[in-house]
Design a protein around this ligand. Structure first.
Ligand SMILES: C[S@@+](CC[C@H](N)C(=O)[O-])C[C@H]1O[C@@H](n2cnc3c(N)ncnc32)[C@H](O)[C@@H]1O
Length: 227
C-alpha cells in the first residue's frame, strides 16, 4: 500500500496534455469536391499529432478517388486510421455508407458532426472506434455492417495484413479490396509492404499511374485483394 505522502506527491499526466486541440477549419479541394474540416496545420515535437493532421497519403488517395469516383458509387466502405477523416468524408459523397475508424476518434467525431450538420443528406457517415487487431471492436463493427465492406481504405498507415484479414474474408474472396495509399518513409518498409501481402496469400498490385511525389516523399497506391 502506498503511503499518503507518496500519493500526494504523485503527478498524474492526463492524456489531453499531449494533444494539441487548436484545430482550424480548413478547406480542401479534390476535383469538383470541396471539403471543410477541422485539423491542425503543422507538425510539432511537443504533442502527438499523428491523427490530427492531413497526411500526404490522404492527399494522394483523395486525388485518386476524386478522379475515379465510379469505384465508390453505391459501395460500403471502411477506412482504417482515418486521422481527421478527410478521405472517408470525401467518399461519403459517393458511397452507400462509410465507417471512419481510428483508435483516437475525438477529431473524427467533431468532423463528422460538422459534415452531418452542414449537409443534412449526409447520413452515410459513421465513426467507429477501432484499434487495429482489437477482436471485440472488429466484431462489433461487422455486426453493425452485416453485409461487410466492398472497399477498405488506408492512407499513410503501416498496418499488418493480419489486422485486416477478418474484414476481407468476411465479404468473401474477391469481394473486398483494400486500397492503400503508401508513402515511402523508410526503404525497409517498401519491400515489406509487398512481401507481407504475398506471405498472407493476398494479391498486391500497384495501381498504374499513381506513383507520384507528395510533399517531398514518394507515394503510390496499391490494391490488395484475396484471390
Ligand atoms: C499517419 S496518420 C494518417 C491519418 C490519415 N489517414 C491521413 O492520411 O491523413 C496514421 C493514423 O493511424 C492511426 N493509428 C495508428 N496506429 C493505430 C492503431 N494501432 N489502431 C488504430 N489506429 C491507429 C493514428 O491515430 C492516425 O490517425
Amino acid at each position: 500500500m502506498k503511503r499518503q505522502e507518496e500519493e500526494e506527491d504523485e503527478v498524474c499526466l492526463d492524456a489531453s496534455f499531449f494533444i494539441n486541440d487548436n484545430y482550424q477549419l480548413t478547406t480542401f479541394t479534390f476535383g469538383s469536391q470541396v471539403l471543410e474540416l477541422f485539423c491542425l496545420q503543422s507538425a510539432s515535437t511537443d504533442f502527438d499529432l499523428t491523427g490530427q493532421l492531413v497526411w500526404p497519403g490522404a492527399m494522394l488517395l483523395n486525388d485518386y478517388l476524386s478522379k475515379n469516383a465510379e469505384l465508390l458509387h453505391g459501395s460500403s466502405v471502411i477506412e482504417l486510421g482515418s486521422g481527421v477523416g478527410v478521405t472517408g468524408i470525401l467518399c461519403s459523397r459517393f458511397c452507400r455508407n462509410v465507417a471512419l475508424t481510428d483508435h483516437n476518434d475525438e477529431i473524427l467525431k467533431k468532423n463528422t458532426e460538422l459534415q452531418t450538420s452542414s449537409d443534412n443528406a449526409n447520413n452515410r457517415l459513421a465513426v467507429e472506434k477501432l484499434e487495429w487487431g482489437n477482436f471485440d471492436q472488429t466484431n462489433q463493427i461487422l455486426q453493425k455492417y452485416s453485409g461487410g465492406f466492398d472497399i477498405i481504405l488506408g492512407a499513410d498507415i503501416y498496418i499488418l495484413y493480419t489486422r485486416l484479414e477478418k474484414f476481407i474474408r468476411f465479404k468473401g474472396p474477391g469481394q473486398c479490396r483494400f486500397i492503400l495509399a503508401y508513402v515511402s518513409r523508410a526503404k525497409i518498409m517498401d519491400s515489406m509492404v509487398i512481401n507481407e501481402a504475398t506471405r498472407h496469400g493476398m494479391m498486391i498490385n500497384e495501381i498504374a499511374g499513381t506513383r507520384s511525389v507528395v510533399g517531398n516523399l514518394e507515394g503510390v497506391i496499391f490494391e490488395v485483394t484475396l484471390p
